[in-house]
Design a binder for this molecule. Structure first.
Ligand SMILES: [Zn+2]
Length: 99
């Protein structure tokens, strides 16, 4: 799938587990300014619908890092995941692929 299709994603798989994606556009549930978050309990990723496609890709990659961080017990800090997310997204953009 090309990166341009990110905003059409309805679900993704991470380590064999399916995570449904909810695109939201109001202030809730991310009323603290986040552009996305993941509910590990329900295996659901929430992404802010008004994001541009490239920004949505970066937020999605960031949420995947959260999932990997928790599932693999890597213990990365939020700031680490922000920087790694930017780097991985740049790699995906430069090569035109996601996921
Ligand atoms: Zn985060």
């Amino acid at each position: 799938m090309k990166l341009k299709d990110v905003k059409n994603l309805k679900q993704i798989k991470v380590l064999g587990k399916t995570y449904k994606i909810t695109w939201y556009c109001d202030d809730t549930p991310a009323d603290d300014g986040r552009m996305g978050y993941t509910d590990m309990r329900t295996s659901r990723i929430y992404l802010y619908q008004p994001l541009t496609n490239d920004s949505a890709a970066e937020v999605l990659v960031h949420e995947v890092l959260h999932i990997l961080n928790e599932t693999l017990q890597v213990d990365l800090a939020e700031s680490d995941m922000v920087r790694l997310g930017s780097g991985v997204t740049a790699f995906l953009l430069d090569n035109g692929v996601l996921p």
